[in-house]
Design a protein around this ligand. Structure first.
Ligand SMILES: [Zn+2]
Length: 161
């Protein structure tokens, strides 16, 4: 009677069986699974919207979308990818001309952007600790990123990486 046992919690399924991907779930676990999948999907849609805005295109090419889906499946987060794009194109100031390069940029710059975000966080923490810091810190900052809102967003993303 394996069919009556939930694949997620191992509990006995009372009433209706919910199946997904050949597995059976109790209603509670099925609802949780569905909610997790739909919030993942919503996050991905948000990311794609951001990419459309950055590159000023009506659609993200299918191969770029599938590459991003693959990266997410393999452990990159939508927030991390977003930070990478912000870092590479707006902090480093690279031109947003070729959207086809994006999968390559994400692969190449993800860890770089992460290290940059970590550095910014450390500097901020240091500045908070010591009012008169005598240490000199070399960080390349694009004037566009001096906008308070942007900096806040970058700092927020670091903690979530
Ligand atoms: Zn369950």
């Amino acid at each position: 009677m394996a069919n009556n046992v939930c694949s997620e919690c191992g509990g006995r399924i009372v009433g209706l069986n919910y199946s997904s991907g050949g597995k059976n779930y109790c209603q509670t676990c099925f609802d949780k699974l569905t909610a997790a999948l739909s919030s993942q999907e919503a996050e991905k849609q948000e990311l794609l919207k951001y990419i459309r805005e950055v590159f000023q295109v009506a659609d993200v090419p299918a191969d770029v979308v599938s590459s991003i889906s693959r990266e997410i499946k393999h452990g990159k987060t939508t927030k991390g990818i977003r930070s990478t794009i912000r870092y590479y194109y707006f902090i480093e100031g690279n031109p947003t001309v070729n959207i086809s390069n994006l999968p390559y940029i994400i692969q190449e710059q993800y860890e770089v952007a992460r290290a940059y975000a970590k550095r910014i966080k450390e500097v901020k923490e240091k500045n908070a600790e010591i009012d008169l810091s005598t240490e000199s810190v070399n960080i390349k900052i694009n004037p566009r990123d001096l906008d308070r809102k942007n900096q806040k967003k970058v700092a927020y993303n670091i903690e979530d990486l």
